[in-house]
Design a protein around this ligand. Structure first.
Ligand code: HEC
Length: 84
């Protein structure tokens, strides 16, 4: 009798890359009725995500700009002997 120690799991050289399936022309390209990341996409969800990324970047930069602007104003006032 023959008992394979590896439970018939293929050797690592034969392992699939993620993009073997997660690609538009991957090995699961003809299957339907499910969402496969990397193969399928939703334009609106993508847009919403990028708007969130852009909004975060613009918000952070705006906040930084305002802080720098008001810091300079505060320092100028202090050097003139004015109140904080
Ligand atoms: C043999 C094909 C195949 C390979 C290789 C593969 N995937 Fe997937 N993957 C799928 C399928 C099919 C689904 C969708 C499963 C579902 O929707 O139930 C999926 C779903 C996912 C998801 C979405 C989460 C989920 O549970 O649905 C992620 C993240 C993911 N795969 C990452 C990876 C990564 C990282 C690798 C490589 C290490 C990889 N996949 C390799 C077929 C594959």
């Amino acid at each position: 009798m023959f008992w394979p120690l590896t439970h018939m799991v293929a050797p690592k050289e034969q392992a699939l890359d993620c993009v073997a399936c997660h690609a538009p022309e991957g090995r699961l390209s003809t299957l339907t009725d499910f969402y496969l990341p990397g193969r399928d996409r939703n334009t609106w969800v993508d847009l919403l995500g990028w708007l969130a990324v852009g909004g975060a970047a613009v918000g952070t930069m705006g906040h930084l700009a305002l802080r720098l602007a008001f810091k300079r104003k505060r320092e100028r006032k202090q050097s003139e002997g004015g109140a904080k």
